[in-house]
Write a protein that binds this ligand. Structure first.
Ligand code: PGA
Length: 258
């Protein structure tokens, strides 16, 4: 039986003192729980150290939201995987649909980011997902399959074993429009099948596939109960300690009921 993963993606939200309050409130909430779920918090870069300090006294790990495709050097404004590692950051989101859409990140660039992270022992949370237009025209299978092939399938079996995948339908992110459990399960099963075809049954079984897109305390239990949904990548609802803890509780309930 696999435990679940619940990761909070704060995106570009919270001032320093608000971030401090939120980390404190989440830590307090988690400390009261006997956790089986792996909880990850991904704050903006400037708050990473605050988060890793708090994580020492609590039961969550800290992730970044982005990383440079380059190793080091003259890349003003960028942050390298080695820098993250040197700050005890062990996880990093890559290829979020907002990065793909607003910053024009391509599958090829994302493959390099994944390589940088793995070379520095950081677990990538690699995001895939289709737009509404792609779903309505039935192009979502090719889109998601292509994202996996282009950015992950150059990896060796022991490398992909260290990757977490997040399915985040673009039409469900921050819109309040969640994929139904059936829609999520169908795509998660498809992703797992693709991994199985390329890397075999064991790797496919063990890999974590998270759902993201308007996940909240009201729908988390139903989504996480789907066979191939191994947890969630949470945006808006990770900005309120109470909601985030409620989602972690839903993950705990799923693991216990399994
Ligand atoms: P949301 O965002 O939960 O606010 O929809 C999810 C994400 O973008 O990771």
């Amino acid at each position: 039986m696999k435990n679940k993963i619940v990761a909070g993606n704060w995106k570009m939200n919270k001032t320093f003192s608000e971030a401090d309050d939120l980390i404190y409130a989440i830590s307090e909430g988690l400390n009261d729980m006997e956790l089986e779920t792996d909880v990850i918090i991904c704050p903006p870069y400037p708050y990473l150290e605050m988060a890793t300090d708090a994580a020492e006294e609590s039961n969550f790990t800290v992730g970044a939201q982005n990383v440079s495709y380059a190793e080091k050097g003259a890349y003003t404004g960028e942050v390298s995987a080695a820098m993250l590692k040197s700050m005890d950051v062990d996880i990093c989101i890559v290829g979020h649909s907002e990065r793909r859409a607003y910053f024009k990140e391509t599958d090829e660039e994302l493959a390099k980011k994944v390589d940088q992270l793995l070379a520095n022992d950081i677990v990538p949370i690699f995001c895939v997902g289709e737009t509404l237009e792609e779903r309505e025209s039935g192009a979502h299978w090719d889109k998601i399959g292509g994202q996996l092939e282009n950015s992950l399938f150059h990896l060796k079996k022991d490398e992909i074993a260290n990757v977490i995948i997040a399915y985040e339908p673009v039409w469900a992110i921050g819109t309040g429009k969640t994929a139904t459990p059936q829609q999520a399960q169908e795509v998660h099963a498809f992703i797992r099948k693709k991994i199985e075809e390329k890397y075999g049954t064991e790797t496919a079984y063990n890999i974590y596939i998270l759902y993201g897109g308007s996940c909240n305390p009201g729908n988390a239990l139903e989504l996480f109960s789907c066979q191939d949904v191994d947890g969630g990548l949470i945006g808006g609802a990770s900005l309120k300690a109470e909601d985030f803890i409620a989602i972690v509780n839903a993950a705990e309930t799923c693991t216990k009921n399994d």
